[in-house]
Design a protein around this ligand. Structure first.
Ligand code: ADP
Ligand code: MG
Length: 301
């Protein structure tokens, strides 16, 4: 899988050393240097093609008993990007998210029609191995839910279910997962202590590390910051930005600023329907639908 070009790679050419013999010329060049944006466009290869679709919903409907919670959802979730689900409470965001890893299987009244594909395979099929699906599509909940076990065992639990590890391989996997979730430095000296002794923000990063440890492709996050203070929220947002090119992330959030800060694409739901889904910037500046504009500008919801 190729890594998308970063801002840093676009800046390399301008940063190359210039001969310092003619200061004036250097200053002139600097003052006439194109703005970073123009410059990046010139130096970068043509932008990569649209990322492949990771999860695709077509004519997707969902019910709880007689109540239809989702109507005719058509959605493409791009691979290795952050997609935000926004919309008023009760509009079906969590319901759709839970279908992505078949969490709704545990709700007897829940059923669905239409298709939901994960990289082209129908994940709703009864033939789909749900254990494998949940390894590929991990979930992080609103309220951090570490197991009442040590920090180490929280991370090691999932990998141990899936295969046998030597002690040192497991220790390395635990460290790697905690590092990726940006919490290693805070817990490395207390791996054998209970995870329940961590702060809420640390617990949430631990839960992200636990999800990462089994090697998922997709991370689903249902309002992962709503129980956290602003500082822990900022830490999770930083983490989401760090993880965005390795994982397909879908985040439900009530916080418009958060959606704008962390996501590449935003999907706006209203009363069980997907009103529109587009580049995040477009949703927040020039949405196609009036309801979206009213919602993102805080006129309702
Ligand atoms: N387990 C359930 N049983 C019955 N109805 C449910 C259940 N979960 C959610 N609903 C209903 O489905 C609708 C969508 O809920 P949900 O997906 O949780 O919305 P959101 O996450 O956007 O707040 C709501 O009307 C809610 O009351
Ligand atoms: Mg919800």
């Amino acid at each position: 899988m190729t890594t998308p070009p970063t801002a840093a790679s676009g800046g390399v050419v301008t940063d190359s050393p210039r001969p310092a013999t003619n200061k004036v010329a250097v200053i002139e060049t600097m003052t006439t240097t194109p703005t970073p944006n123009q410059n990046q466009t010139q130096n970068q290869p043509t932008p990569a093609a649209e990322p492949p679709v990771c999860i695709q919903a077509r004519e997707f409907n969902s019910w709880y008993g007689d109540f239809q919670a989702l109507h005719g959802i058509e959605l493409d979730v791009p691979t290795n990007r952050v997609t935000a689900f926004i919309g008023p409470s009760g509009c079906g965001k969590s319901t759709l998210l839970r279908w992505f890893n078949r969490m709704n299987d545990t709700i007897p009244s829940a059923r669905a029609s239409g298709t939901l594909d994960l990289h082209g395979t129908d994940l709703l099929s009864t033939r789909y191995d749900v254990v494998d699906l949940r390894r590929r599509v991990g979930m992080v909940f609103q309220k951090p839910n570490p197991f009442p076990k040590s920090i180490f065992d929280n991370i090691a639990y999932g990998p141990r279910l899936h295969r046998r590890y030597t002690r040192s391989d497991l220790a390395e996997l635990v460290e790697q997962s905690l590092r990726r979730a940006a919490i290693w430095d805070e817990v490395k000296d207390r791996l054998n202590q209970s995870a329940l002794g961590l702060s809420g923000g640390q617990q949430q990063r631990l839960c992200i590390a636990r999800a990462i440890a089994v090697g998922p492709e997709v991370l689903l996050m249902d309002e992962p910051c709503s129980a956290l203070d602003p500082r822990s929220t900022a830490a999770i947002e930083d983490l989401i930005r760090d993880l965005r090119h390795q994982y397909t992330i879908v985040i439900v959030t009530h916080n418009m600023q958060q959606a704008a800060r962390v996501s590449d694409r935003t999907a706006f739901f209203y009363e069980g329907r997907l009103v529109e889904s587009d580049e995040t910037e477009r949703i927040f500046t020039t949405p196609a639908h009036r309801e979206t504009e009213d919602y993102v500008s805080g006129r309702f919801g």
